[in-house]
Ligand binder design. Structure first.
Ligand code: ADP
Length: 858
């Protein structure tokens, strides 16, 4: 598929600009609408050479592969079956040929063995007849002695198988023996007295009894040669004419060489012992063999013929090897054809899968592809291109510019782009264009162009890929608008927003307000960070600061860094509320974001309020003193009057001359005590009205109560009310502003005393109680101080209103006392409230001051 290859290589080039390695760069720094090469071509890259094959048997499952092969190449079995049938038929033919040949050999063997048997028999019978005729002649005594020898010699000469002829008389002594030189003749001569061998004797006996020719059992001489004796009776005096056959000679002389060449003939006695063989050449075990009996004549001798294997049957063998060779060749050619076919079918399958995959990919691709030839004629468009433009393939392929999808207003611009494309000057980062669909609607697209090079490396045209960027463009515009909005908001904020890199003192971001205050300097960020960032530590060449956060994700730092704190910048004499948190900057690095709001005005107002409060508290204390001025004067008057009285008495006594210094000592001591009393009152008043900064410190509760009761007592005494206190033991140390708490207690005691003024109960003497105790609570221990009176109590409806500023039921009352008391107690994290007493007489003002928090702050 050269076209596909061409197409794909061009497509790759078209979608990957030469200088771009990532998608973001490919779009010329515009990641929002950059076509992702991975999305477009990823599957092609990922596709392995084997992928997509319809039946891919896993390696190792050879049987599955085999099954696949059979399923796909069953037709290949037909020649195989034919070859097998051919081979079998050839085998059967060869086997039957072999069998026929064997049968022929067997028949020849039978024939030849029978012929040899006849030959031997006839020879023996003929010899037998000759000797019998000679015996008859001897019996008839027709010839002279010498003639018999001559006849016998004639017989010996004509029949070489007879090695010895002799004439024995009735005593078995030889009359003559021929040849006289033979070993048998000499034996007969030398051993006249020796008994003959039993075989020979038996033969004699048998011949004598039957008066017929008798053959002996085989005799064996010292050399192992076998012989057979034939005794012919001479019907006269029990004489015998004997002839000794060499059994070997029978075979050698009686059988023609053409037979002995083809067979090994053996004479076998009845004990199955081989007496002689024509040859010592061995015959194979499976050689054909045939045995016939010779007897008569002979003594139970058998003739056996063993066929030698025939000389090589060249045509037959050649035929056999030809068949075998041809079969092998056929099998090999079939196998190689089979292999070739299976490879081819596999390649076909792979090709088919590849083709269908590429077709599917081409159809499902969302990127429009267009190929132009060197003249600008459209040679190819993919389905996505058709879908995008709304034009059919037929409408586009073969067209020259202007193309139907060019918007009428952009014709010139489009023509310019096409010209650039054909000159190979199209921008590597692609270009944007508006595309008009067939229905008249239009969209924005981005085109990338690359040269189309065929498989032989020839430049044949230009490949373009088109991506619809309407949506990314809209998203980008929206993003830009959102960014503008965001920037506008940030820029117009009345707070300084800055982001500082944590690894170096570099300002990553600063809004307008920050820039107005500090310019583009990181110094401002550090100033706003206050004491938390050591300026020496965070410097451009110090990296220790980074190490403190190294490896910590921003999420872990955030909980510790997102607090708000108030920072005073001395250079600017301004207060800022600074909120700070660690964020992951756009480059992934840790950065510190700070938002600083100018709170100088608020701080000034708070300071004013605080000072106002202080003044109010001070004024209130002065007012209290003023209210108690008459009581104070009265109270001071008493010791002063007493001092005066004591001094006057002492003077009188001194004038009278009656007194001694001892008498004056108690008087002077009393005078001093009264002066101390007056001094104490004055010092308390001074302490009470002293203008000082509110300051919390450790103080003894007993001292505070004692001072307060001391002051309140002035009024109480005047109104004949008694103040009783009950304080916790051991003495308690609290962390408070003692003057303010004393002010509260004085106020409450004075109110209590005033509430009881004019009540009938007073005649009996009213009592105001101050009880203090420590109680455990949910958030720790707290000290509870109750001021209990016996006055009219408080109306439920106005219970809460008592604490409002300027609420007073008294004609001369300011109505600020309780309000100040509550704010003092609350500034100590405590509570102040009022409850009517359970017995219905009077009410109790209750103070709760937490001990823990007071100490904790300490
Ligand atoms: P002032 O004493 O100047 O009126 P306060 O704020 O001290 O201002 O008291 C406000 C009002 O609360 C008093 O006018 C009085 O009516 C009421 N009040 C204060 N203490 C008691 C009390 N112990 N028993 C009854 N009413 C009280």
């Amino acid at each position: 598929m050269p076209f596909f290859d061409r197409l794909l290589s061009s497509l790759r080039a078209a979608m990957l600009p030469p200088d771009a390695s990532g998608s973001a760069k490919a779009a010329g720094g515009d990641p929002a609408h950059a076509p992702s090469p991975a999305a477009g071509l990823g599957p092609i890259e990922a596709l392995g050479p084997d992928d997509g094959a319809p039946v891919a048997a896993p390696r190792g499952l050879w049987w599955l592969r085999w099954r696949n092969l059979v399923a796909t190449s069953w037709f290949m079995f037909i020649p195989l079956v034919a070859i097998v049938l051919f081979t079998v038929a050839m085998g059967v033919i060869l086997w039957s040929l072999h069998e026929t040949e064997r049968q022929q050999q067997r028949d020849a063997l039978y024939r030849d063995a029978a012929w040899a048997q006849q030959r031997v028999r006839l020879s023996l019978l003929s010899n037998q007849d000759q000797l019998a005729s000679l015996a008859r002649d001897i019996a008839a005594a027709q010839l002279e002695q010498g003639a018999y020898r001559t006849a016998a010699q004639e017989i010996l000469r004509e029949n070489p198988e007879i090695v010895f002829i002799n004439w024995l008389d009735a005593t078995k002594r030889g009359r003559w023996s021929l040849p006289s030189t033979s070993e048998f003749a000499s034996r007969l001569r030398e051993n006249q007295d020796q008994p003959l061998e039993p075989e020979v004797l038996d033969t004699f006996d048998a011949a004598r009894e039957t008066q017929r020719v008798v053959y002996s059992r085989p005799l064996v001489n010292e050399r192992g040669d076998s012989f057979m004796l034939m005794e012919v009776p001479i019907v006269r005096d029990n004489e015998f004419l004997g002839a000794l056959y060499s059994i070997n000679g029978i075979l050698t002389h009686l059988l023609p060489p053409e037979l002995t060449e083809r067979y090994r003939f053996s004479l076998i006695d009845k004990n199955n012992q081989t007496r002689a063989s024509t040859s010592l050449r061995p015959v194979p075990g499976n050689a054909l063999s045939y045995e016939v009996l010779l007897d008569p004549p002979g003594h139970s001798l058998s003739l056996r013929a063993d066929a030698y294997p025939p000389a090589s049957n060249l045509p037959n063998n050649m035929l056999l090897w030809l068949v075998v060779g041809l079969s092998c060749f056929l099998l090999w050619s079939l196998w190689s054809m089979w292999r070739h076919t299976s490879r081819r079918s596999e390649a076909q399958r792979a090709l088919l899968a590849e083709t269908s995959f590429r077709r599917a990919m081409e159809n499902s691709m969302l990127i429009g592809l267009r190929a132009l030839d060197l003249n600008g004629r459209i040679t190819y468009v993919n389905p996505a291109f058709c879908r995008m433009t709304g034009w059919q393939e037929n409408d586009l392929v073969g067209r020259l510019p202007p193309f139907p999808y060019w918007p009428p207003n952009d014709q010139q611009e489009m023509q310019k782009q096409i010209d650039l494309t054909l000159q190979g000057k199209s921008p590597a980062g692609g270009y944007e264009m508006r595309v008009m669909r067939r229905d008249g609607s239009s969209f924005y697209a981005r085109m990338y162009v690359s040269p189309l090079v065929d498989s032989r490396g020839r430049h044949t045209g230009w490949m373009s890929s088109m991506t619809d960027i309407t949506e990314p463009k809209r998203a980008r515009e929206e993003l830009a608008a959102a960014h503008d909005r965001f920037t506008t908001v940030l820029e117009s904020l009345d707070a300084a927003v800055s982001v500082l890199a944590t690894d170096k003192a570099e300002l990553l971001f600063a809004n307008r307000y920050y820039r107005q205050l500090f310019g583009w300097e990181a110094e401002g960020h550090l100033k706003l960070a206050g004491d938390d960032l050591d300026k020496d530590q965070v410097s451009s060449d110090n990296t220790d600061y980074v190490d403190a956060y190294a490896g910590l994700p921003a999420s872990e730092l955030m909980p510790y860094a997102s607090d708000a704190r108030e920072v005073f910048v001395p250079d600017m004499q301004k207060w800022f509320e600074v909120r700070r948190r660690y964020i992951q900057w756009v480059d992934g690095h840790l950065a510190q974001m700070q938002i600083a709001t100018d709170i100088t005005v608020r701080k000034a107002a708070e300071e004013m309020a605080r000072q106002h409060e202080e003044r109010l508290q001070f004024t209130s204390r002065l007012t209290t003193m003023g209210e108690m001025a008459s009581s104070l004067a009265h109270e001071l008057n008493q010791p002063l009057a007493a001092i005066n009285n004591y001094c006057m008495g002492a003077v009188a006594r001194l004038h009278s001359g009656r007194s001694t210094p001892e008498d004056l000592i108690p008087v002077l001591e009393k005078t001093s005590a009264q002066a101390v009393r007056a001094g104490t009152i004055i010092s308390r008043i001074r302490g009470f009205v002293k203008r000082s900064q509110p300051q919390r410190r450790e103080a003894a509760l007993h001292d505070i109560v004692a001072d307060a009761v001391g002051l309140a007592d002035l009024e109480a005494t005047r109104r004949r009310v008694t103040i009783l206190t009950r304080l916790p033991t051991p003495p308690l140390t609290v962390y408070v502003d003692p003057v303010l708490i004393e002010q509260v207690l004085v106020n409450l005691l004075k109110n209590a005393v005033e509430a009881m003024a004019g009540l009938p109960a007073l005649h009996a003497g009213g009592v105001v109680r101050l009880h203090a105790r420590v109680e455990p609570g949910e958030i720790g221990d707290s000290v509870h101080i109750d001021v209990i009176d016996q006055g009219p109590g408080v109306d439920e409806a106005t219970k809460e209103r008592l604490f409002e500023p300027f609420f007073s039921t008294k004609s001369d009352g300011m109505g600020m006392g309780l309000n100040i008391c509550r704010s003092i107690i609350e500034s100590h994290q405590g509570r102040l409230w009022v409850e009517n007493n359970a017995d219905g007489i009077g009410c109790t003002f209750k103070i709760m001051l937490p001990l823990q928090s007071a100490l904790a702050e300490h």
